[in-house]
Design a binder for this molecule. Sequence first.
Ligand code: GTP
Length: 598
Amino acid sequence: KRREKIRNFSIIAHIDHGKSTLADRILEKTSALTQREMKDQMLDAMDLERERGITIKLNAVQLSYKANDGEEYIFHLIDTPGHVDFTYEVSRSLAACEGALLIVDAAQGIEAQTLANVYLALDNDLEIIPVINKIDLPSAEPERVKQEVEDVIGLDKEDCLLASAKSGIGIDEILEAVVDKIPAPSGDPSAPLKAMIFDSLYDPYRGVIVYMRVVEGTVKPGDKVRMMATKKEFEVQEVGVFTPKPTAMEELTVGDVGFMIASIKNVSDTRVGDTVTSADRPTAEPLPGYRKLNPMVFCGLYPVDTNDYNDLRDALEKLELNDAALQFEPETSQALGFGFRCGFLGLLHMEIIQERIEREFNIDLITTAPSVIYHVYLTDGSQLTIDNPANMPEQQKIDHVEEPYVKAQVMVPNDYVGAVMELCQKKRGDYVDMKYMDENRVNIVYEIPLSEIVFDFFDVLKSSTKGYASFDYEMIGYKESRLVKMDILLNAEKIDALSIIVHRDSAYQRGKVIVEKLKELIPRQQFEVPVQATLGQKIIARSTIKAMRKNVLAKCYGGDISRKRKLLEKQKEGKKRMKSVGSVEVPQEAFMSVLSMD
Ligand code: GTP
């Protein structure tokens, strides 16, 4: 029976522990790819992913493997992203698997995202195979890490496989363990179709390509299918698997992980987590869905050149087709004109989208400082959700404000416990717990406002622990905080794009830092520009940008024309990322300056 030979699994790991490298080794040992087809990081296909060395979108490949028992097995390797921002994508790929390879770096040991991913795997009832990777490193301590796997995760240390994805050690053992330990998918191929959508992608030529895993039943071209959540019906044109090239198949059946094309025009018709069933013989119950994906970080995106507004909208629409997590809606700012308020999973997600817009669509952007969603309770009893500080009502109308909190786990060697606690405290964190993982390493748990994480938490954490800390967080809900809106005035004009929401206790300090920073960042203008920070009507900090001393062109007077032109070019170049805000030319960095803490 074909189904008994199927193994669906993914690889989970903390970032940089070697997941992509191991995936490549597995591809080499299993599929019929030629070396030339085999790009060095096969699964990380997107340019940006490769450059940044991170995995963003999950992928699914089908591989065939001849095991030691002489049988041919079909593997579906489902890739998962490693970064905290993309936890959601991890959980949706894990839902399509029966097992997971848990990669732990032999030198680093268990890190924050190792644990986070283990929890996700356990939530999905997966069989976990621990693999200690990078045993070739001189600093590898496989025995210590094995013990850690047993103590911290609770898996038997005897079950740990030792490997070096880089040198190709232990790969055969891993493949055999996949065959032996991970159960084959169960389900009835003749039952009504039940397939779970775990991703979808818009292709300009073929329409929407649905990535799905068949849990029960069978689907083939010509079948009529129904999306259970949206109730939309489509006729299947093609089904297939990724080998990793998309390859058409006669049908997809129980346990198969592959794609379906069915003249679907809108990605929104194929909701991730939805169940695909047969239109003629529908199943009664959909599969349990996923938890909904909510953006947590918002910022304004504005074209530097106002003529690019429509192009920016097109770009966002195109990106949204392949990225259900991206949200946007038109927004106007007095300072910046027409743009969009966009919602992201986290900061990395935000940066990636910005970079893609600039790179792939060639639009220069002004981005405003990221914000979270605040719950504002007014004195008249009504409630608002605010994702743009500029929209915060006047202080007199506000009864109280709540902000989102996360539970943050920081794992760090002993020596840095003090530094981490100091940082968490400074970020308004509430201490929850601290546990020793072994003699050397500690897991510290704090509840911290998300807005503080959004600022520079991760960077400061890395630098104050020499890069030794690892970090993961999850949303835990809203808590009341003493928050106020701070406005920034340039030349006595309120600049809405620079407004931020701050804790009352740190407002004066932040105000001072920000006006100084703006003074540094905004070039001198023809006239003197006062910079002020205010709470309501009250000015709490002030600095002054002095007027320009002399015309830069003056010194070229009488000089040769090419020199003059060069200077003008240079000025123009420098202006590219400038935006005229009222009467003042403001550079992009200034809009981020409200994030600076010291
Ligand atoms: P993300 O895709 O960002 O989650 O990272 P990853 O977990 O896929 O890590 P990746 O495979 O990109 O490996 C990270 C780094 O570790 C790379 O520089 C690899 O060359 C290196 N690496 C991976 N496996 C090994 C190994 O077995 N030994 C040694 N020495 N280095 C390894």
